[in-house]
Ligand binder design. Structure first.
Ligand code: HEM
Ligand SMILES: [Cu+2]
Length: 508
């Protein structure tokens, strides 16, 4: 690498004594703030969608519903999550290693590409030229600039991943830290390795789609598209998973000082994600005619459990680390004093617990159940699937990211959180709303309510209104849960934005 570390570029964090690289700090802030802007847009859309799916309210007209559904899916699952992950990668490769981002300019190029791509895609969606939903299944065709936007965004993200790897290598080379990588950075390296694979799969999926949309490619086989798309879409969720678990370890350390009891085991559990990343991916293609049943069942009902094994290890290892740390502080009476005396009023800790509970009990369990062939045939394309992934990417990943933000603001942006009281309850409000939303979606799906459907009665098909009164209740749960969750989400956005603008300046 060209330039050597300049000490003038660093400041010492008074709380953690870590060396903070100023150019990295700026990039972390830019990416995290952009992420929160997208979260805000996605949250407003979420409320409108939920109030439409709540059949008794049925708010939006049909064409708006599909435009907003496309926008919500992409804004949340791609732009909010990935911008935040890039901020997390820069944090893990500079601050946590005492090191520097080797080429901040490259980081700004990545940021520019991602932002331009995201805005282009949003423009196409909101002008009604890309009502294809975030999966963009062929033969649904969007405006070419929509695909171009996605491709630009993916290239930008790939550049950011490259910058992350380079910074990790240089930190080692410059001896900014000793010994092996800290566990949190190690988890992020795993996420970034999966990201490289994912983004390349994304390119293989979307570049032909772009050529097809401009007419240079005459046909694009829908079955081939789906196979390629899920090489991208499924692995993208493994990035979110690895990043979320890395943040769980970070939050456990930041809030109660927990360190993993057996760090080697935790590292091995991360490695399972890389090795078995694609196992289980076929759960997206269970009803597709092109693949053999033997292949589908082998992938989803046998070898998938090897990836689940990794998550099960983390699911025991993190609470155990918290228990050991709490007992060491003297909270060792009886079986559970360590738990009752945990810092439940710290948003970082409550977010950790909410994230683990919603992800584990609702997301993970439902995923393992509905990922097997026989049950998948019954729940495919019902709103139960949407319930499952709101437990994972919202209840799990989004809540974990929110929890980390409560530390990034004081440590990196050096502003105090403006309202500690509001921050104290925010994870609980968001989490309880999500609980209702998710359970409402799952139960509605069990009754056959289809996903991506503007009107459950107009679409016919799967929904047979066997228990109309019951479905009225479960859809109301979905709607009320959404209102509560959006209030919790708005509290988060308010806290993040206003702390950044008006919070007490901790530099002084
Ligand atoms: C308060 C929070 C949220 C609420 C109330 C909410 C609600 C909804 C609703 C009602 C749908 C439409 C379901 C259907 O008709 O099939 C939906 C779809 C979706 N949501 Fe959310 N959501 C929230 C947050 C999020 C977040 C944070 C993410 C991602 C990190 C996300 C990702 C998605 C995706 C990927 C879809 C599917 C879009 C599609 O089918 O093309 N949501 N959400
Ligand atoms: Cu998947």
């Amino acid at each position: 690498m060209a330039t050597q570390t300049k000490e003038a570029d660093f400041r010492t964090c008074p709380v953690t004594t870590l060396q903070v690289h100023r150019p990295a700090e700026l990039l972390i802030t830019a990416n995290a703030v952009t992420a929160v802007v997208f979260l805000t847009v996605g949250g407003i859309l979420a409320l409108l969608l939920a109030l439409t799916r709540w059949q008794a309210v049925h708010l939006l007209p049909a064409d708006w519903f599909y435009t907003f559904l496309t926008a919500h899916g992409i804004t949340m699952l791609v732009f909010w999550i990935v911008f935040f992950e890039v901020a997390g990668l820069y944090f893990g490769s500079s601050v946590l290693l005492n090191g520097r981002l080797v080429a901040p300019k490259v980081g700004w190029v990545a940021f520019g590409l991602m932002l331009a791509g995201a805005l282009l895609a949003e423009l196409m969606i909101f002008t009604g030229q890309a009502d294809v939903m975030f999966t963009a299944y062929v033969p649904l065709k969007a405006h070419p600039l929509f695909y171009l936007g996605i491709i630009l965004f993916a290239v930008g993200a790939l550049v950011a991943v490259y910058l992350f790897f380079a910074s990790v290598v240089v930190a080692k080379h410059e001896r900014r830290h000793t010994g092996s990588l800290p566990l949190v950075t190690f988890g992020l390296v795993v996420a970034a390795i999966i990201a490289a694979f994912t983004l390349i799969s994304g390119a293989i999926t979307f570049i032909p789609a772009f050529f097809w949309s401009v007419g240079l490619l005459e046909t694009y086989d829908p079955a081939a598209y789906r196979l390629l798309f899920w090489a991208f879409g499924h692995s993208a969720q493994q990035i979110n998973l690895a990043a979320m678990v890395a943040i769980w370890y970070a939050l456990a350390t930041l809030t109660v000082g927990a360190t993993p009891i057996n760090e080697k085991l935790s590292r091995m559990a991360f490695l399972l994600y890389i090795l078995f990343i694609n196992l289980g991916s076929i759960h997206h293609l269970m009803v597709d005619p092109g693949l053999s049943v033997v292949y589908k069942i082998t992938n989803t009902s046998y070898i998938m459990y090897l990836a689940v094994l990794g998550s099960m290890i983390h699911a025991y290892s993190i609470p155990a680390a918290v228990e050991v740390a709490q007992r060491a502080k003297g909270y060792s009476k009886g079986l559970f004093q360590w738990l009752w005396r945990a810092p439940w009023g710290e948003p970082g800790f409550s977010a950790l617990v909410v994230s683990m509970v919603l992800f584990g009990f609702l997301g993970g369990v439902s995923g393992v159940i509905q990922g097997m062939m026989q049950l998948n045939m019954m729940i495919h394309n019902t709103i139960r699937v949407v319930g499952h992934f709101h437990a994972t990417v919202v209840g799990g990943t989004t809540v974990a990211f929110m929890g980390l933000t409560y530390y990034i603001i004081p440590l990196i942006m050096r502003r105090d959180i403006i309202s500690k009281g509001l921050a104290r309850i925010q994870p609980y409000v968001y989490g309880s709303g999500l609980f209702l939303l998710i359970v409402g979606m799952m139960l509605s799906g069990d009754m056959g309510v289809p996903r991506r459907s503007w009107d459950i009665y107009a679409t016919g098909g799967a929904f047979t209104t066997q228990f109309p009164a019951f479905t009225d209740v479960t859809l109301a749960m979905l709607g009320i849960g959404a209102i509560v969750a959006v209030i919790g989400g708005a509290m988060f956005v308010y806290l993040a934005v206003f702390s950044l603008l008006f919070g007490k300046d901790l530099r002084k």
